[in-house]
Design a binder for this molecule. Structure first.
Ligand code: 9Z3
Length: 386
């Protein structure tokens, strides 16, 4: 079934459990307030364009699938949003403006270092009026709560980066909870970013449910127990990468993530996604190893026909699906030495984070992608003059 076409089952959307993205958006309920969210994001993008900045959309965290309209129960997944929140920080320090589209209450840039239960913020603080450990200052005026001295060195740069990001206006946040909200927002944010052309990057790190319950099949009230086992039939979430690449963000630099639990599937699945959707890059990661190992899968960079200094992907991006061959792809593994801590949360003092390497590599590729278009347009101008 082609996206944007009607489903293979005939005229009833989702009758076979499969939905085209067009059917999905025509029949499912958009989130409340979507227009205002889009307007605010659009104003943000305009400001970044005026300042000549590149913008990255970072999606982050898991999505829920509500089982009731008055929702008591829902399906969810493991994602805490570490990848997205951490990457957003590195993008900001690399000079990008960031639309951070995350699951409500998942990890966020900067606050992630002290949120959730791994490193609670209150553990850093001391109130000299009630509790005076050896390092609390004697000159207590009763109005001050202090950060314990052993935590200051770690906190200070994070606090500075946090305040800088807030003051600069380079970070814009939007949130979702359900998979339906995520899909509507993704479409909206992509459209809003269209005016950026090649200066827009899309970093799709959210862990999006592959299945959903369409609104017509969601009961109004809490599902009652007492009837034995509960059977839930779920439909397949439409593959929105295809309309995203073709319609919503045709000039964007699109990076998707592929998560597997069998590492042998990572590269074949990533290649299949590139072939099917025609975007720029898939980052594969294994569930258990994701904090210290990822693989970049992309089309091989070929030397451009015209002489150029840019390290670009060349012009294979215009090829049709059938033009791709297996040896058109290359995979590059990225590993953190020492294997990382493997734990949840992030930002333990001094430890390197794999997102730093991911973001650095993406920035290089994105710059080449922008440069390629500029080279093409200047050589077209030269040809027109001749
Ligand atoms: C990822 O693979 C992310 O790297 C993680 C990050 C979700 C593993 P955490 O939030 O985890 O740091 O704990 N995201 C994308 C996963 C996904 O749903 N991909 C889809 C798929 O694999 C397609 S885009 O089919």
């Amino acid at each position: 079934m082609a996206d944007g076409q009607s489903s293979s089952s005939g005229s009833v959307p989702g009758a076979s459990g499969k939905w085209s993205s067009q059917e999905f958006f025509q029949t499912q309920q958009p989130p409340q307030g979507l227009e205002q969210v889009a307007k605010a994001a659009s104003e943000f993008v305009q400001r970044q364009i005026e300042n000549g900045r590149k913008v990255v959309l970072v999606t982050s965290g898991g999505t829920t699938v509500p089982l009731e309209r008055n929702v008591v129960r829902f399906l969810d997944n493991f994602s805490a949003g570490t990848r997205g929140a951490t990457s957003a920080e590195y993008f900001l320090s690399a000079g990008y403006s960031v639309i951070f589209m995350s699951r409500q209450h998942s990890l966020a840039p900067y606050t992630r270092h002290y949120s959730h239960t791994t490193n609670p913020f209150l553990d850093l603080l001391v109130d000299p009026t009630t509790h005076v450990p050896s390092d609390a200052a004697a000159e207590d005026d009763g109005d001050t709560i202090k950060v314990m001295s052993q935590h200051v060195a770690h906190l200070r740069p994070i606090l500075k980066a946090y305040h800088d990001a807030r003051a600069s206006g380079y970070l814009h946040k939007v949130s979702f909870v359900t998979v339906n909200e995520y899909l509507f927002l993704l479409r909206e944010m992509s459209r809003v970013m269209q005016p950026l052309g090649r200066k827009g990057m899309y970093y799709l790190a959210a862990a999006v449910s592959d299945f959903f319950v369409p609104s017509t099949k969601v009961p109004e009230h809490k599902i009652q127990s007492g009837k034995g086992s509960l059977v839930i039939e779920m439909d397949q979430v439409p593959k929105v990468l295809k309309p995203m690449v073709q319609k919503w963000a045709p000039e964007g630099f699109i990076v998707s993530f592929k998560l597997e639990t069998d590492p042998n599937l990572l590269i074949p699945k990533a290649r299949a996604a590139l072939e099917r959707y025609g975007h720029q890059l898939v980052i594969g990661n294994d569930l258990q190893r994701r904090k210290f190992e990822v693989v970049f899968v992309e089309r091989k960079r070929r030397p451009r026909k015209r002489t150029t200094t840019s390290d670009s992907f060349s012009s294979v991006t215009g090829l049709e699906k059938e033009d791709y061959k297996n040896d058109d792809f290359e995979s590059t593994w990225m590993r953190l030495e020492g294997g990382g801590d493997g734990g949840e949360g992030g930002g333990k003092g001094g430890e390197r984070e794999i997102e730093e390497d991911i973001v650095r590599e993406l920035c290089r590729r994105h710059d080449a992608w922008i440069q390629e278009a500029e080279d093409d347009s200047s050589s077209r101008q030269v040809m027109a003059q001749n």
